[in-house]
Design a protein around this ligand. Structure first.
Ligand SMILES: Nc1nc2c(c(=O)[nH]1)N[C@H]1C(S)=C(S)[C@@H](COP(=O)(O)O)O[C@H]1N2
Ligand SMILES: [Mo]
Length: 163
């Protein structure tokens, strides 16, 4: 009796651990140049400061809302502003999507102290949540003429330091 109760107890403990730490499809994995790792839930992303960015890509004007990439990269220790210099000038940002699509940016391109064109990770388009083909996040690079860098279904962003 006490043995089966104990087994029930440990089964419940395992189940509750699984329920407490699910890997949700909307989770966003961030990693920094020295291996720092942060996972943001959709609720944590929603609580970050959002900006609006309207772009015209291949003749289509789209109004996005999202979080500046610089805000996300600061969470994993990416150098920015005056600290983005020297060897960090070759740091790259890899934006990876669920279908294996990967877009590379120079870290310097993403820094609002370096360039006035915004780079954001959008979660809304034209006043609506992103459609399933793009959710949960889409990269938007102001100034681009083609849509190829607007990675849809973004799941992870990594800053890589090149030696
Ligand atoms: N994840 C992912 N994002 C992607 C692509 C892709 O193949 N996979 N293709 C890119 C290209 S080349 C284009 S033109 C646009 C097309 O987006 P749309 O179908 O919403 O117009 O998505 C971009 N983002
Ligand atoms: Mo494209």
């Amino acid at each position: 009796m006490s043995c089966s109760l104990r087994r029930l107890g440990s089964t419940l403990a395992i189940l509750s651990a699984l329920i407490a730490t699910p890997t949700l499809a909307e989770d966003l994995k961030l990693s920094g140049p020295a291996g720092q790792a942060v996972t943001l839930t959709a609720a944590e992303f929603a609580a970050l400061p959002h900006v609006a960015l309207t772009v015209t890509l291949e003749g289509k004007t789209l109004a996005f809302q999202g979080v500046p990439l610089s805000v996300l990269l600061a969470k994993v220790g990416a150098p920015q502003g005056e600290t983005l210099r020297g060897k960090a000038m070759s740091d790259v940002v890899l934006v990876s999507a669920r279908d294996g699509y990967v877009v590379a940016l120079a870290l310097a391109e993403t820094d609002p102290k370096m360039r006035k064109d915004q780079v954001i990770l959008a979660n809304r388009m034209n006043g609506q949540p992103l459609p399933d083909t793009a959710a949960p996040y889409r990269l938007v690079v102001e100034g681009d003429l083609r849509a190829a860098r607007t990675a849809r279904m973004v799941a992870a962003i990594a800053v890589r330091h090149l030696e």
